[in-house]
Design a protein around this ligand. Structure first.
Ligand SMILES: N[C@@H](CCC(=O)N[C@@H](CS)C(=O)NCC(=O)O)C(=O)O
Length: 212
């Protein structure tokens, strides 16, 4: 079975692709876009009417929401050891952090990148964007404190949440007034370590080549 992934550079589908690489599962990329001014295919819209990436297809099924896809793939491929087992003590932190990334950190990014979704008028959008930047600082600080001296988010064991963290750090853009990972040294330590993985070097080759 070959997975199919609706995909675009810079999108949340990159994190899903890293997980597929880590698993070693065969997959095919279906090129799409995160540019809201460009159309989506009818097939993508039928599977995710929001028009967002990622969308994962397998057998005759499909799903969207990158945190959910993350859990789904790791549970489906337990031999890849990317997620704590159901009865392990790390399972609750694993789930908590994935959902926090999805609904709090990503929400902060959305405020800044897509202010029209949060402001009623064009005039209010700049305020939403500024709040997004402040919210990025608040949420990354929570994660930085949570990590503390841990090697990885869950402690000694690398997991797919570390991949998610890396993906989210690539969306920080100082040209937009976002904080940099230099403000969050524990986050930065993990992001730097994740970047060394062959899966990330492959999927993020272009992004990595642009870093100084
Ligand atoms: N909650 C969704 C959000 C996904 C999302 O925002 N994807 C962006 C790319 S990173 C996108 O497709 N944006 C285009 C749009 O919003 O129309 C998830 O976590 O999968």
């Amino acid at each position: 079975m070959t997975y199919k992934l609706f995909y675009a550079l810079g999108s949340a589908a990159m994190g899903t692709r890293v997980i597929l690489e880590e698993i070693g599962a065969p997959y095919e990329l279906l090129q799409s876009t995160k540019d809201r001014s460009k159309p989506r295919s009818a097939e993508q819209l039928a599977l995710n009417p929001n028009g967002w990436l990622p969308v994962l297809i397998w057998d005759n099924q499909a799903m969207y929401e990158c945190a959910a896809i993350n859990i789904f793939l790791c549970d489906r491929h337990p031999e890849s050891n990317l997620a704590p087992k159901f009865d392990s003590v790390e399972r609750s932190t694993y789930l908590q952090t994935l959902v926090y990334f999805s609904n709090s950190v990503q929400n902060a990014f959305q405020l800044n990148y897509y202010p029209d979704r949060f402001a009623d008028t064009k005039d209010d959008e700049a305020s939403a964007q500024r709040r997004g930047i402040r919210r990025l600082r608040e949420t990354w600080k929570i994660i930085d404190d949570q990590i503390g001296d841990n090697k990885w988010i869950l402690g000694d064991k690398f997991s797919s949440v570390d991949i998610y963290l890396f993906m989210l750090t690539t969306w920080l853009n100082s040209n937009r007034g976002h904080p940099t990972t230099d403000e969050f040294t524990n986050v930065k330590r993990i992001a730097d370590a994740v970047m060394l993985r062959p899966s990330v070097q492959l999927v993020y080759a272009e992004w990595i080549s642009k870093q100084s």
